[in-house]
Design a protein around this ligand. Sequence first.
Ligand code: FAD
Length: 429
Amino acid sequence: MATQYQHQEHTHSYYAATVNEKTDYPVLQGAKSADVCVIGGGFTGVATALTLAERGYCVALIEANRIGWGASGRNGGQLINGISGLSKIRKKHGEGIADMLWDLRWRGNDIVHDRVARYAIDCDFKTGFVEVALKPRHLDELEEYAAEMDAHNFAHEYALWDRAKTREILGTDAYIGGFVNYRDGHLHPLNLCIGEARAAYELGVQIFEQSPVTKIEHGDKPKVHTAGGHVVAESVVLAGNAYHHLEPKHLSNLIFPAGSYIIATEPLSDEMVNEINPLDLAVTDLNEVVDYHRLSADKRMLYGGRCNYSGREPASIEASILPRMLKTYPQLKNVKIEYEWGGMIGIVLNRIPTLGRINKNVYYCQGYSGHGVNATHVMGELVADAIAGTMEKFDLFANMKHFRIPGSQWMGNQIIALGMLYYRMRDLL
Ligand SMILES: Cc1cc2nc3c(=O)[nH]c(=O)nc-3n(C[C@H](O)[C@H](O)[C@H](O)COP(=O)(O)OP(=O)(O)OC[C@H]3O[C@@H](n4cnc5c(N)ncnc54)[C@H](O)[C@@H]3O)c2cc1C
């Protein structure tokens, strides 16, 4: 089935305006071959391709638009431990795998950390992340989290903050407490994605841009088709997340696209930076529908939130996000907004990323429910392990049951929007 979109350049984000490298990989033309063909040049696809290349595989990576064009090049840049839905996997498999899951939830951070250092990727990487409480039940969650860190003898700096400390560091009365840790952090996601793709290319990965895949022809050696060419491979990895429409018989209505939106201010004065985020931390609240913010390297406030689960774009991103930012930081009321943008995340009903195989040699990996900078890097490694024959961790996810909402994707989005309305009401209580 043909994809439903045209190839496009990057959206007008702060990230696209500050890229280190404008990628210009060739369009796929004619017949190519590889051990593994990866479809989608976001973090999932690039991390998978790079992991495979590091292990000596011959890889082709095909992107419909530009490397990092999707959610990976547009997100909040918060590198946060955890993979959504892990608690359900633990419930199914019991305490025996608790330590393995604890390691897995941090694994993506370590991979990013290593790659930034090994390949000298300039992506403004900083450690330090604080989860903030808006209501008393959030404080209970933070205390449980701190106890979990204690139990694991967590080797990085972490601390619980009371209201006064949170006020002192984050310059707002909106938060009643916080939990900071220095293993999570933040970065320029588009520069990370492009830097990882550059590293993969230098290890021999054939990268193609502006080459939407139109069809996967299954078989012992699957053939991946675009308008101008094809790649024959031993294995295929489908990593198009919320933006692809391939393999509808197997994958339609497994994940649902939902919009998330960010505004970026003009660079703030030093006085303002000292007032609202002098430690340069990434910040996320504990609501079900989260607000998140951080400073860019040039000290702009990047403030995001307000997922749109109905599949409809808001009429104005600024009109939808600015009041939220000003509620938290009224002191920014005279600051100019210079960028606004959004992107699509892939929501899964039970929140567990959907990993699996269509036939024995076509893998898919998608659906991080809005939490993916860390998780995509973990999943890239799990898929690479599976291709090499080590299925244990891949199967933890692949064997989880997912519910497919019958009917059209539009119908699925309306059902998800209704479900999220319930959570928004809870956030208001
Ligand atoms: C506004 C926003 C803020 C976010 N903030 C955070 C955050 O702060 N921290 C965090 O952890 N997560 C965040 N996320 C989520 C995170 O960005 C995603 O989970 C993650 O980037 C998903 O990566 P991906 O590679 O699977 O998908 P994408 O990055 O969406 O990549 C999919 C790629 O596949 C390509 N593609 C699709 N179909 C085809 C085809 N037929 N042929 C070839 N290529 C195809 C697309 O063009 C696209 O480039 C945010 C997301 C958004 C949108």
